[in-house]
Design a protein around this ligand. Structure first.
Ligand SMILES: C[S@@+](CC[C@H](N)C(=O)[O-])C[C@H]1O[C@@H](n2cnc3c(N)ncnc32)[C@H](O)[C@@H]1O
Length: 352
C-alpha cells in the first residue's frame, strides 16, 4: 500500500517553505517545495513558487523547468506566462521570452510589466531622450519647436542659446526650461492657425522640431505639414513613437496603459507621398524616434492629398507591416554614429 503524507504535515512544510522563500532562504524554500512535489507532483502553486524562487535566486534555467510545468497545468494563468518570459529572457532565449510575454498579453492585454519587458527586448539601449539630448548638443540649433511639452522633460534638453517654442494645451511643467523658451498653452492646430511662427523666431526657420503631441496619425501628419512650412531644407524634424511595439499598443483607440497610438503610419505615408524626404527611424525605447530632413516648405503634396491619405492610412493596423517592419519603417540602430553620418550626408544644419 502506498504511503500517504498527512495533510497537516504537508501544510506545515508549505508554511515553512514559503516563510523561507520570503526571507530569501532560497535553498531551504526549494527543499520544502520539492518535498511537497514528491507527494503532489502537479501542485500548481508549489510549481509556480518553486520557479519564482529560482528566478529570484538567479538560476533562471532551473526556473524554466518548473514554470513550464506550472503553465501546462494552468495555461491561462498570465502570472506564470509572465514569469516564464522573465526566466527565458534572463537565460538569453529572447524568442521564447517574447512568446511567453505575448501569451501573457493574450490572457491579460493590459499587463504593463509584459509590455515593458517586450520594450526592453525590442529596444535595447537608451531612451529617446538620450538621442534628443545628443542631437541638441551636436546641432546646437538656433531655433527649436516642440509639440507636446507635458512636464518639460524633453524641452529641458535644448541648449541655453536656442530660441525655443513649446506648444501644449495642458502643460504641467516640472523640469527647468531653457532660458529662451516660451510655452503656448494651446493645441498645435490652433497655434499654427493663430501664430506667426517666423516672427516668434525672429525671422528664422524652425531648425529643429520635435513632434510629440496628440497621438493619432492625422494630428501628427498636420503637425509635420505645419512644421515643414516653417522649416528650411536642412532643418531636422524628430517624431516620437514611430516604431510600434505591437498591435494593441499601436492602435488608434487607447485600451492599454502602455500605448503609443498610430503615429508610426506617418513614416509610411511620408515614404510614399514624399519620396524626396530623407527619413530614418531610430530604434530608441520605448517606441522609436523618426528623423526627417531634406524638407521642402513649398511642397503641397500632403496638403492636396490629405483626404486620400487619411482614407488610406486610418484603417491600417500594425499587422500590415509586422513581418517587414525594419524595411517598412526605415529602422536603424539606436546609435549616434550612424545617425551622425546620416545627418552629415543630408547636410543637416549644424551637423557638418
Ligand atoms: C507624451 S506627452 C509629451 C512628452 C514630452 N514631449 C516629453 O518627451 O517629455 C504628450 C503631450 O501632448 C499634449 N497634447 C495633446 N494634444 C495636443 C495637441 N493637439 N497639440 C499639442 N499638444 C498636445 C498633451 O497635453 C501631452 O502633454
Amino acid at each position: 500500500m502506498a504511503a500517504v503524507m498527512d495533510g497537516d504535515k504537508l501544510a506545515n512544510i508549505f508554511r515553512q517553505a514559503t516563510a523561507a522563500h520570503q526571507q530569501q532562504k532560497f535553498r531551504d524554500a526549494q527543499a520544502g517545495y520539492t518535498k511537497i512535489l514528491k507527494w503532489i507532483p502537479d501542485h500548481f502553486d508549489v510549481l509556480h513558487l518553486l520557479g519564482q524562487s529560482f528566478i529570484e535566486e538567479g538560476r533562471p534555467s532551473q526556473a524554466v523547468r518548473w514554470l513550464r510545468q506550472a503553465s501546462a497545468i494552468q495555461p491561462d494563468n498570465a502570472d506564470v506566462c509572465y514569469d516564464l518570459g522573465l526566466a527565458y529572457r534572463t537565460t538569453g532565449q529572447n524568442a521564447l521570452a517574447t512568446r511567453a510575454y505575448n501569451r501573457a498579453l493574450e490572457i491579460e492585454p493590459d499587463r504593463l510589466n509584459a509590455h515593458l519587458s517586450l520594450v526592453e527586448m525590442k529596444f535595447p539601449g537608451e531612451h529617446y531622450t538620450a538621442m534628443l539630448r545628443q542631437l541638441h548638443q551636436l546641432l546646437k540649433p538656433a531655433t527649436y519647436l516642440e509639440i507636446g511639452v507635458e512636464t518639460g522633460q524633453s524641452m529641458a534638453l535644448a541648449q541655453p542659446e536656442t530660441r525655443c517654442i513649446g506648444i501644449d494645451p495642458e502643460p504641467c511643467i516640472s523640469s527647468p526650461l531653457p532660458p529662451r523658451c516660451d510655452i503656448f498653452p494651446q493645441t498645435s492646430d490652433s497655434f499654427f492657425e493663430q501664430s506667426d511662427v517666423r516672427s516668434l523666431l525672429e525671422q528664422q526657420n524652425i531648425e529643429f522640431a520635435f513632434i510629440d503631441g496628440l497621438h493619432v496619425f492625422e494630428a501628427a501628419l498636420r503637425d509635420f505639414m505645419h512644421v515643414e512650412a516653417c522649416a528650411g531644407q536642412h532643418s531636422l524634424v524628430a517624431i516620437h513613437d514611430c516604431i510600434p511595439l505591437n498591435t494593441i499598443t499601436s492602435a488608434r483607440e487607447r485600451s492599454t496603459n502602455f500605448w503609443s497610438g498610430d503615429i508610426w503610419k506617418l513614416i509610411l505615408c511620408l515614404k510614399k507621398y514624399r519620396p524626396d524626404l530623407a527619413i530614418i527611424n531610430v530604434a530608441a525605447k520605448p517606441t522609436g524616434l523618426g528623423l526627417v530632413t531634406n524638407l521642402d516648405p513649398t511642397n503641397r503634396t500632403l496638403q492636396t492629398q490629405y483626404e486620400q491619405i487619411l482614407r488610406e492610412y486610418i484603417p491600417m493596423t500594425y499587422d500590415a507591416i509586422a513581418s517587414d517592419e525594419r524595411n517598412a519603417l526605415n529602422i536603424i540602430a539606436n546609435d549616434m554614429k550612424p545617425v551622425t553620418e546620416w545627418l552629415r550626408e543630408w547636410r543637416v544644419q549644424g551637423a557638418c
